[in-house]
Design a protein around this ligand. Structure first.
Ligand code: SF4
Length: 306
């Protein structure tokens, strides 16, 4: 059995290793939309997606610079003395004119005392060399995470959930990004997608290891209003995890995730008023504590079975 370094390699551990101060994410929104909804790369969007459900986009006002300024001011007023990673969070944040993207991302250079990095959420089919050139340059001076939606490595599932790209597309994008070795890649996955067995989810975890992704963001399947998934759920054709089932599943899968992969998230996070299911009694933090406790009891840790 590999030697234990830590129970779970969380993003906060990674940031602590890299900075002598606390770092937190500061979400900003550009309202670029998504090419998978407007017909450019597909139509209808992913079956689980209703974007306001996944972010604070409704609360965001003003330009990128204004959002950064007000986010920093708010945190300072609450006594936060650390620094920030600016997070372009909702929708597809590389879906725009390259010059405009460069201008937005370059805004971080105007806050040298406050900002140490950048995180950009996007689709694997919406990345070009022009985009990576600029990010690669920023990555020489800042921590840069490119967060790529994968969800599953199984094409049958990707088709069912209408992702609009296959697994090969994701792998080709990873290969392209590797020409810019300082850019860190975080793959987003969903556990519990319709029709997937635990072995299929396990295989997705194994592929994250094989591709040497630096990070993973794990969500449990959540059913949100205004989505195709909500209709399937109402028809009874979709099952969601109970909190107990999800805790047990993570204890089964995390030991198979390489100990070096940074876990950015373990539990999905949806605006409460938009969430249909599952509605767990325990808050997310308690669910994570239960995962940690069960892993301790079972004598397993992230990477213990790799
Ligand atoms: S999940 Fe992402 S890629 Fe899919 S429709 Fe929503 S914004 Fe677009």
């Amino acid at each position: 059995m590999p030697q234990k370094k830590r129970l779970i390699y969380r993003l906060k551990d990674y940031l602590n290793e890299h900075y002598p101060f606390t770092v937190r994410k500061l979400a900003v929104h550009t309202r670029l939309g998504c090419p998978h909804r407007d017909g450019r790369h597909g139509e209808g969007g992913c079956v689980y997606c209703y974007n306001p459900g996944f972010s604070t986009i409704d609360e965001a006002t003003g330009s990128v610079r204004e959002q950064i300024q007000s986010g920093i001011q708010r945190s300072r007023k609450r006594g936060f003395a650390g620094k920030f990673i600016v997070y372009f969070q909702s929708e597809t944040n590389t879906y725009g004119e390259v010059e405009q993207l460069h201008e937005w991302w370059g805004t971080i250079e105007d806050f040298p005392e406050d900002i140490v990095g950048l995180a950009i959420g996007t689709r694997p089919d919406c990345i070009s060399e022009d985009i990576l050139d600029h990010l690669g340059d920023l990555a020489n001076r800042y921590m840069v995470w490119l967060e790529l939606g994968l969800q599953s490595v199984h094409d049958q599932t990707l088709e069912l959930i209408n992702r609009g790209h296959d697994y090969q597309c994701f792998q080709q994008t990873v290969e392209l990004i590797r020409y810019f070795p300082k850019i860190l890649i975080c793959g987003h996955i969903i556990l519990g997608l319709p029709g997937e067995s635990i072995d299929e989810m396990r295989y997705t975890i194994h592929e994250i290891n094989r591709m040497n992704l630096e990070g993973v963001k794990i969500h449990h399947l959540q059913v949100v209003w205004h989505t195709a998934l909500a209709e399937w759920y109402a028809e009874g054709s979709v099952k969601v995890f109970t909190a107990n089932e999800y805790v047990a599943l993570l204890c089964e899968l995390l030991p198979e995730l390489s100990a070096d992969v940074v876990v950015h998230r373990l539990v999905g996070d949806i605006r409460d008023d938009l969430l249909i299911a599952p509605r767990w009694e325990q808050p997310k933090t308690q669910v994570i504590q239960r995962v940690e406790k069960l892993m301790e009891e079972k004598g397993v840790w992230q990477g213990s079975r790799v």
